[in-house]
Write a protein that binds this ligand. Structure first.
Ligand SMILES: [Zn+2]
Length: 676
């Protein structure tokens, strides 16, 4: 059952060592809740049990598991009751696959890897990352624990942490696989089995919670949301996208993930953190501009905000942290009326390779997200089960395999007027031997160049020192904004031939020779030989094919010519673009619609993450932009254009049938309401 999430959430970690004395000694329920209220927090996830394996409520059934130095056995209960006094929701956190105490007490419940090893933190390393298998009697413990929480505490919802597929060969998994007629020696089958175990665990636990608490919010965290959630989606009331840019996720993970997750039909919340780096970074502070950007970007991309914090073992809430969080959440509170039930107006759908590779930030998709965002395109990320009919243009970046059926559906979409951009190895069957799209203007060449591993060299990263570089020579239409000469493409094109009705928009020029130990030139790739060897970009009706994996190329080192070629192709196919502006490429612009309010909301964000350190990108400053001119494809008549929530009217005018206005100053984030 879907639950509407709140906009200003905190996830309050409390993984607390048993070696710290007097845990919770300085907890003051009134101070706790009033600090949150003052910071405009409206939901806070608090701890029933942590990764160390200790509980923070007065368990009757598991008294031995109450944190050994916990002074106040009713810590969680008092947190909940005090917050409820201010109308603040308190979903309950408990851990699933990481529990240090249980892992030590019950080594027979741990995940066993294919070599017979216990998976996770090793005996002489610090950490509680020993993986526990949910297929063991541990599952019964979890159910008893959740049942007790529902009996002893007021439950708004649950956050079940660390629920991820494992490659497990424990005795329970072995028995289960044999019973299901599977071959446990095959890793593919083990992983598939484990996924069904995990999906059924989630569905079973949610059904159990909903028996007594039908309105509870329920979320299972695996640090990412992707196509793998489809089979167990009903177990979730909403999605939480864990994505701390400084915590290993980077600034690309969130936009890529949310542009997929927001289309799955339930609310999305995203976690960043108040930490300078990642979870557990006590006594550190994220720069305010970074926290603003991360939260406002969530709003711009149809997501609600959640900031991670960790409560000090003393139980005392840190007022300075909540000064920081409050400085952003006061702003979010004013903005949220323009974000409630707002839907993205996406024109373009980009398929992800994640369902084939499991990669969470696939290079090609990240390259596509980067390019399209830099050009202010409005787009979603899709998988092969998404409903793609609603998009004007679909992009298949670099390595989207097609089945016969999906190929036929895409051909049908093109016949109905849909446009396609297909790049690199996309469109091929699983074996990579044939294009499954009749609408494509190319066919595979027979006997392609083979790489050292025996597979065709085209369309793949060869590794080493740029062995298979070739050059693209753009024709007039596709080369707008580029000099009419060769441009380096650091990954070789897939070797194709144009069909007779395929229009070649760019050709590929070979180098004198590939770089090998026998022949090489200078430090890097061999220069162009002038010899045209194949088409590089081919249009056939509403379909444009790029022979190079152009999005992977862009993700690798962002050649502007690669982006320009793609943007020109989009221009050729789409004509007008929903939103354009005269700002820099660092400006993020999104368009949302609130149908009930009869308005659109344009979000403009300008914050620049800079690689200032070995480890992470930093945002410290807000760099204002002046006189940002925005042009929108709006066909209906517009009543007013207003900067919100300030309610400052902006003059607007029509130009070439488009709605135009100028924002005199953009300082960080601005929403502009277009009222119809
Ligand atoms: Zn197992």
């Amino acid at each position: 059952m879907a639950v509407e999430s709140r906009f200003r959430q905190v996830h309050l970690d409390f993984h607390t060592s048993p070696h710290i004395p007097q845990v919770g000694h300085d907890f003051d329920a009134r101070e706790f809740a009033s600090t949150l209220h003052k910071a405009r927090v409206d939901s806070i996830t608090c701890f029933a049990r942590c990764h160390h394996g200790w509980m923070y409520y007065n368990s009757k059934q598991f008294p031995d598991l109450i944190h050994p130095t916990l002074v106040n056995k009713n810590l969680l209960l008092e947190q909940i009751e005090a917050c409820h006094g201010y109308g603040i929701r308190v979903p309950i956190y408990t851990t699933i696959q990481w529990d240090y105490h249980t892992a030590m007490e019950h080594p027979e419940w741990r995940v066993i890897g294919p070599k017979g090893e216990l998976v996770g933190t090793k005996p002489y390393e610090a950490g509680f990352y020993q993986e526990i298998c949910i297929n063991t009697p541990y599952r019964e413990f979890i159910k008893a624990h959740v049942k007790e929480l529902m009996a002893l505490l007021p439950v708004d919802g649950f956050f079940f942490d660390i629920v991820r597929p494992q490659d497990c060969s424990c005795r329970y998994c072995l028995e289960g696989m044999l019973e299901a007629g599977l071959d446990p020696t095959d890793q593919k089958q083990r992983l598939a089995y484990n996924k069904t175990v995990l999906d059924s665990f989630k569905l079973e636990l949610s059904a159990f919670v909903r028996e007594s608490h039908p309105d509870a919010s329920i979320f299972y965290n695996s640090g990412h949301i992707g196509p793998f959630v489809r089979e167990s989606k009903d177990a979730y009331s909403h999605f939480e996208l864990e994505s701390l840019p400084s915590g290993g996720w980077g600034y690309m993970h969130f936009p890529l993930t949310v542009r997929y997750a927001r289309n799955l039909g339930i609310d999305c919340v995203s976690h960043t953190g108040k930490f300078h780096t990642s979870w557990g970074d006590f006594h550190s502070f994220k720069n305010k501009a970074a926290l603003e950007f991360e939260c406002f970007r969530m709003l711009a991309l149809n997501c609600k905000c959640e900031i991670g914090d960790q409560l000090h073992p003393s139980g005392k809430i840190d007022p300075y942290v909540y000064d920081l969080i409050g400085s952003v959440y006061h702003q979010v509170e004013k903005k949220e009326a323009w974000c409630t039930n707002a839907r993205a107006k996406a024109e373009i759908g980009v398929f992800t390779t994640e369902e084939f590779t499991g990669e969470q930030v696939p290079k090609a998709v990240a390259g596509a997200v980067q390019m399209l965002q830099e050009a202010a395109h409005q787009f979603d990320i899709l998988d092969t089960r998404s409903n793609f009919q609603q998009y004007k243009l679909l992009v298949l970046p670099d390595d989207i395999q097609l089945t016969e059926k999906l190929g036929a559906e895409l051909d049908e979409y093109v016949r109905g007027g849909g446009k396609l951009i297909v790049t690199g190895r996309s469109g091929l069957n699983e074996a990579g031997t044939r294009f499954m799209l009749g609408s494509l203007g190319v066919t595979l060449k027979a006997n392609p160049t083979r790489a050292l591993d025996g597979l065709p060299a085209g369309g793949r990263e060869a590794g080493g020192r740029l062995q298979y570089v070739d050059y693209i020579l753009p024709g007039q239409a596709i080369g707008k904004g580029l000099p009419p000469t060769e441009h380096a493409m650091y990954i070789k094109a897939v070797e194709v031939e144009a069909k007779p009705d395929g229009k070649v928009l760019a050709e590929v020029v070979a180098s004198y020779f590939d770089r090998t130990w026998q022949h090489f030139c200078s430090h890097r790739q061999t220069p162009a030989s002038g010899r045209v060897i194949q088409p590089g970009i081919v249009q056939r009706g509403g379909v444009i094919y790029f022979a190079h994996p152009i999005f992977t190329l862009y993700n690798r080192n962002a050649p502007r010519w690669c982006k320009q070629l793609v943007l020109n192709a989009i221009g050729l196919l789409l004509g007008e673009q929903l939103l354009t502006h005269n700002g820099p490429t660092s400006l993020l612009a999104t368009v949302n619609e609130q149908p009930e309010e009869r308005r659109w909301v344009v979000h403009l964000l300008h914050y620049i993450p800079e690689r200032r350190s070995q480890e992470i990108d930093i945002i410290e400053d807000v760099i204002p932009l002046y006189d940002v001119r925005v042009s929108l494809k709006v066909d209906t008549s517009v009543k007013a254009v207003t900067c919100v929530p300030e309610m400052r009217a902006l003059p607007f005018f029509r130009e070439n049938g488009r709605l135009c206005f100028v924002l005199p100053k953009l300082e960080g984030h601005q929403m502009i309401e277009i009222a119809f």
